[in-house]
Structures are given as structure tokens and as C-alpha cells.
Design a protein around this ligand. Structure first.
Ligand code: GLU
Length: 300
């Protein structure tokens, strides 16, 4: 018997749902539902300074408005600190972590001096054996090999973590658990078998796969969707103030727009059906092979 299909939508509650996040929600929902699978919603609310009060609820209300029904209870990462700390402890015992005391300015200066690509950590603290304490970041030691995978939309993607990322942070200097750790722990704990999300996270995936390997977790299938771009070419996001989708208007228009964005060709007149029969038709006609392979598409 094949294992169940489990998908998820994992928004960060930094603002209400906008068109860009509707695409990720709808794409992951359709991919799971088309296969008769489960679909979970997980609030990635670890970065409290970036959170907007009320956004988590607003996102859930928006999903309801669009008829994207989830399974089970919504998980909040802010309530799962112990699990992340236990995982850090395990990685520490396995000798994979070290404490890094470098400041952001020092990291930049080392990178410039050594001619590293922007954002790559030099590994300066790796051999220093700083005692594990709260006054630094915890970094995971990467290995000198390529980590690659075949993305269901973007094709083969490979990265040398050592040359293109460096040892990466799992607990930040300010004590916050990093996204890379929490996402891997939770995708594993929830049994997620297919991750469908924006292509802005494509280059995070090798880090996540490497961490799964360190923890003995299976690697899900990945599909990275094109992201909606604002006129200035940036990803439509809460940070660049993408307008929230209005919840007092007909959800069908935005759903059809999102389906078209995802390369789907829903039958003519689909927007005339009720929201739920529109969604049922969308499931029936879901063709992930039609999703455009571009990383971003201008949304006008
Ligand atoms: N929380 C991330 C975001 O809102 C998405 C994480 C993921 O899908 O892996 O951008």
C-alpha cells in the first residue's frame, strides 16, 4: 500500500492573505486533494518581531472565504518550542552544531576578504569550540558535497551547501529558532509527503534536505510554483505591501485568476458555478504539469 499523500500550507502571519499567498495555498490544496490526500495548515509564527497582530486569524478567515478547507487542527509553531530545542540538542550531541559569535558585520567583512558570494558564511567559528551558550547563533556544519533534487515544476536543482551557503543558522543569536529548522521538524512530524510553495524557497530546499538527512527524516516531493511579481519585479509579499484579498467580495474571481496563474485551463464558465463546485472542477482538472516553470510572473 502506498503511503498517504499529505500536503500543507505554511504561512507566516506577517500580514493578511494576498494574491501571492493564495497561489501557494490553492496550489498545495489542489495537489493534495487531487490525490485524495490530507492538507494541513501550519502557522509559522516563530518570528514574533515580524508578526502582525491578528494576521494568523485573518489568514484562516481568508482560507475559509476561498473554500480551502484544511484537515485537523491548525498547528502554531510558537507552541512547539520544546520539539525544536530537543532537535537542536540531538544535533549537538551528534557533533553537528557549533556556536558562532560572529556579528553580521563580521560575516560580511569575512565574506568580502575571502571573496565569498554574498551571504555565504566563511565557517570562521567552526573549529573554535566556543562553549554552547545563549550568546551566539547555533550553526549546522554542512558537508563538502552537492545536495540535489528534482523539483516537480522547476526540474533538477543542485547546490553545494559549502560553497553557496556555508554552515547555516538553526538558532539565531537572538534566541529565535530559524525557519530552516522548524520547517524540517514540522514537515517531518506532520508526515508531509508533498511540499508545494513559492519558488522563492527553491534555494532553501537543499538546506532542508540536508537537515532531513541529518535527522533521518524522509524527503518530501517538492513543487516550487512561480511567484507573483509586483510591477517593480519584486515578489508580491506582505513586506512590499501586496493588497490583502478582500473578504467581502466574491471569492470566485480571485480563484479563477489564481488557477490561470498556475497554468490551468478551467472549463469555460467555471466562474458561474458556486464556489464549491468551482473548486471541485478545479480539482478534477488539476494538471500540475501545466504549471509554468518560470520562477516569477508579473501580476498586473
Ligand atoms: N512560512 C513561509 C512563508 O510564508 C513558507 C514556508 C514553506 O512553505 O516552507 O513564506
Amino acid at each position: 500500500m502506498s503511503s498517504p499523500v499529505i500536503g500543507r500550507f505554511a504561512p507566516s502571519p506577517t500580514g493578511p492573505l494576498h494574491f501571492g499567498s493564495l497561489i501557494a495555498a490553492l496550489g498545495s490544496w489542489l495537489q493534495a486533494r487531487r490525490q485524495g490526500g490530507a492538507w494541513f495548515v501550519r502557522m509559522e509564527d516563530l518570528d514574533k518581531p515580524r508578526e502582525q497582530p491578528g494576521a494568523a486569524d485573518a489568514i484562516l478567515r481568508a482560507l475559509e472565504h476561498f473554500g480551502l478547507v484544511w484537515d485537523g487542527e491548525v498547528i502554531y509553531q510558537s507552541q512547539r518550542q520544546e520539539l525544536y530545542l530537543a532537535t537542536l540538542e540531538r544535533l549537538r550531541r551528534d557533533g553537528r552544531l557549533y556556536l558562532c559569535r560572529c556579528s553580521r558585520a563580521e560575516i560580511r567583512e569575512q565574506g568580502l576578504r575571502l571573496g565569498l558570494p554574498e551571504g555565504v558564511y566563511s565557517g570562521r567559528c567552526r573549529g573554535q569550540h566556543h562553549p554552547f551558550s545563549a550568546d551566539g547563533a547555533l550553526r549546522l556544519q554542512v558537508e563538502d558535497r552537492e545536495v540535489g533534487f528534482t523539483d516537480g515544476v522547476q526540474g533538477v536543482y543542485r547546490q553545494s551547501l559549502q560553497n553557496e551557503v556555508g554552515d547555516f543558522v538553526l538558532r539565531r543569536r537572538d534566541g529565535l529558532i530559524a525557519y530552516q529548522l522548524a520547517v524540517v521538524v514540522d514537515d517531518g512530524a506532520q508526515g508531509v509527503s508533498e511540499v508545494v510553495r513559492g519558488s522563492d524557497l527553491l534555494d532553501s530546499t537543499p538546506r532542508q534536505i540536508f537537515l532531513q538527512q541529518c535527522l533521518g527524516l524522509p524527503t518530501p516531493l517538492y513543487r516550487h510554483l512561480p511567484v507573483a511579481l509586483a510591477p517593480n519585479g519584486q515578489k508580491l509579499s506582505k513586506q512590499n505591501l501586496a493588497p490583502p484579498l478582500p473578504l467581502d467580495s466574491d471569492p470566485r474571481q480571485a480563484l479563477v485568476r489564481a488557477l490561470r496563474f498556475l497554468g490551468q485551463r478551467p472549463p469555460a464558465g467555471i466562474e458561474l458555478a458556486s464556489r464549491d463546485s468551482l473548486l471541485a472542477t478545479a480539482i478534477e482538472h488539476w494538471r500540475p504539469g501545466e504549471i509554468p516553470t518560470r520562477m516569477g510572473i508579473h501580476e498586473v
